[in-house]
Write a protein that binds this ligand. Structure first.
Ligand SMILES: Cc1ncc(COP(=O)(O)O)c(C=O)c1O
Length: 431
């Protein structure tokens, strides 16, 4: 293991006590380290000195952050929020998010995992997971209905191939197809990407399906595979129907088997309705992980952040911290959830009240998140999309032969018309 920076070598040595985890790292994952001894380390050491000429930020004559007042006036936060956040993220926010993880996933209580490392939202968290774990030529196992940006993130940037399996069977998740994809090929390193609630379908697995998926991962790990499970939990918590998995699969996978590294990628973007804030988190764990090994993974994640964007927006992190520690947070979040939940209830009502729609489109399984999909019957989806814009003033997304409807963006009063337009446009196209 020569050629690495000594700090990277030290982290690698920490991880080599878990060789199965070390072997999951990509070449860049093995090479990366948090540069604790460079500018950042020297600045940290000089933190309480009287004359501090270390860091590349500017301060006024009185020692407060040097800012333009016109900008400061636009932000209802102390001017300290104009300074850099650490590459690991705002320490208080990380603590708060770790607490929230356990509140939202009660069975995580008492389990060991890394502290969440802050990223510039979910896309960046996914990309940093790619940096750490995805090697040129690796396959990523995921359902065939997936968020299309995975192609840019994993295929174009890291040279991976997306290996898809059939998403739905018999009105539910096709766990058999997942198992087949997982067990295909040689025993070795495998990368699985799971996204619940899913984009584009708005589907979250049922409790039973979640157990079966976990069981399949356990069996594959027992067979000797080293499995990185990337959990894209972007829409976490937005579950509307009974019987669906309420906790992230991370809760079980994080300490299920030494051969399974659970990598949770989540954040406030969709959950807390702050799309432009650009803050996300990466949290990792595996069975039997020592504090040293977890710290090494955390350092590698923060090193990847440092080398790519240096650090995530400080103002956004400060606002989030304020929000999460506000006594009103929980009630307001529930109120917004209820708005989306009411739309889903209305959609079920509309579909039930219009049995004739079953002749023009098939409703795909959905129970969570921001979206649902329908499969138009007997017409070209792309032509349908164009007609919906031109003659029905209705915008939808077409992907994989499906029409994706973002109910997150459509007020309750327009839902009836949205489905009526869809039905009318299909009938019109059929002549
Ligand atoms: C499944 C999924 N993951 C990740 C993201 C990206 O989230 P962010 O805006 O936090 O980068 C999206 C956004 O559309 C998404 O649908």
């Amino acid at each position: 293991m020569t050629g690495y920076n000594p700090l990277a070598e030290a982290l690698n040595q920490d991880l080599q006590s878990a060789p199965q985890i070390f072997s999951m790292l990509s070449a860049s994952g093995k090479a990366i380290f948090f540069p604790s001894k460079g500018i950042l380390g020297q600045s940290a050491e000089a933190k309480s000195v009287k004359i501090n000429a270390t860091i590349g930020t500017a301060f006024e004559e009185d020692g407060s952050p040097l800012t333009l007042e016109c900008m400061e006036a636009a932000v209802n936060l102390p001017s300290e929020s104009f300074l850099y956040a650490p590459s690991f993220g705002n320490p208080k926010l990380r603590e708060e998010w770790a607490k929230l993880l356990v509140t939202k996933n009660p069975s995580l209580a008492g389990k060991s995992f890394t502290a969440p490392v802050v990223t510039a939202a979910l896309t960046h968290a996914l990309s940093m997971a790619g940096y750490l774990f995805v090697e040129d030529g690796d396959e990523i196992i995921l359902p065939d209905l997936y968020w299309d940006n995975y192609e840019l993130v994993f295929e174009d940037a890291y040279g991976a191939t997306l290996k898809t399996y059939n998403t739905f069977a018999n009105g539910g998740y096709d766990v058999a197809a997942f198992a087949q994809a997982l067990n295909a090929g040689k025993i070795g390193k495998k990368i699985v990407l799971l996204n619940f609630p899913n984009n584009p379908t708005g589907y979250t697995v049922t409790e039973k399906e979640a157990k079966s998926i976990i069981e399949e991962i356990r069996k594959a790990a027992e067979a000797g595979n080293h499995i990185v499970v990337l959990l894209d939990d972007a829409y976490f918590g937005l579950g509307y129907d009974e019987g669906i998995a309420r906790e992230s699969l991370f809760s079980t996978l994080v300490d299920m088997h030494a051969n399974v590294l659970a990598v949770k990628l989540d954040g406030p973007t969709k959950e807390d309705y702050v799309w432009g804030f650009r803050v996300g988190f990466m949290t990792m764990g595996f069975k039997g992980a020592t504090a040293t090994q977890l710290k090494a993974l955390e350092n590698k994640a923060a090193g990847a952040v440092r080398g790519n964007i240096s650090n995530a927006p400080s103002i956004s992190q400060a606002i989030l911290l304020k929000g999460y520690t506000s006594p009103e947070y929980a009630a307001q979040k529930k109120q917004k959830f209820d708005i989306l939940s009411a739309r889903v209830a209305k959609i079920h009502e509309i579909i039930k009240a219009h049995p004739e729609y079953a002749k023009t489109f098939e409703v795909m399984p959905f129970n969570s998140g921001y979206f649902m999909c329908v499969k138009p019957i007997g017409v070209d989806p792309e032509a349908l999309r164009k007609l919906l814009i031109a003659e029905y003033s209705t915008g939808v997304i077409v992907l994989s032969g499906l029409v994706r409807l973002a109910f997150s963006a459509v007020p309750l009063v327009h839902l009836e018309a949205m489905f009526a337009n869809l039905n009318a446009a299909i009938l019109k196209m059929r002549g």
